[in-house]
Design a binder for this molecule. Structure first.
Ligand code: 5GP
Length: 201
């Protein structure tokens, strides 16, 4: 069996990555969404082991030192990281896995696992991005300002990715990502197992 596809959904904070991934999971039921580890405190309604694995900073550092994370980054003062073992287990079992991570993390994954597919989610405008972050109602004015400055600079990284998807409408963006995933799954390099099977007499 060929390995599953690792799909990295990334882009500036507030570009709508979370909403896109949630919808993508609904329409592509076989996709496995990786649950990240973070030192951030849970927000209202977030569930341990579903939204994130919430741990303290000492335990996070231990995970880095034990090489348990596929990538990690400090985002707005908190650590976030992707547990390596679960992701590789799913890929080896032939399942496609989605990571929804920030740009620093995506660039690390690109270096360590270049076979992944890297998709940059573009907010329709920075004004819209500001409205979205404010609309979430979870961040202070100072944090919002910091996020906006960061988003402005982060747009430069779009060119490091394989694809850029504009999120002016969630359904359209999800459709585009589905097309990307379907096409990527049919790349010749990912068809070795089926080619060998067809050869069997
Ligand atoms: P939030 O705190 O709003 O859930 O996430 C803040 C940022 O951290 C978002 O841009 C999100 O994509 C990113 N993030 C979430 N999980 C991970 C992870 O495992 N690794 C990295 N590098 N970023 C993450």
């Amino acid at each position: 069996m060929d390995n599953g596809l690792l799909v990295v959904i990334s882009g500036p904070s507030g570009a709508g990555k979370g909403t896109i991934c949630k919808r993508l999971k609904e329409v592509m039921k076989d996709l496995k969404v990786s649950v990240s580890t973070t030192t951030r405190k849970p927000r209202n309604g977030e569930v341990e082991g579903e939204s994130y694995f919430f741990i303290n900073e000492d335990d996070f550092i231990k995970k880095i030192n034990n090489n348990e994370l596929l990538e990690h980054a400090k985002v707005y003062g908190n650590y976030y990281g992707t547990p390596k073992e679960e992701v590789f287990k799913q890929l080896e079992e032939g399942n496609d896995v989605i990571l929804e991570i920030d740009i620093q993390g995506a660039l690390q994954v690109k270096k360590n696992y270049p076979r992944g597919v890297f998709i940059f989610i573009l907010p329709p405008s920075l004004k819209e991005l500001k409205n979205r972050i404010e609309g979430r109602g979870t961040d202070s004015k100072e944090v919002i300002l910091r996020r906006m400055k960061c988003a402005y600079d982060e747009l430069n990284y779009a060119f490091e990715y394989d694809y850029v998807v504009l999120n002016d409408d969630v359904e359209t963006a999800v459709d585009k990502i589905q097309c990307i995933i379907k096409a990527e799954k049919n790349r010749a390099v990912r068809k070795k197992a089926i080619i060998n099977k067809i050869r069997e007499v």
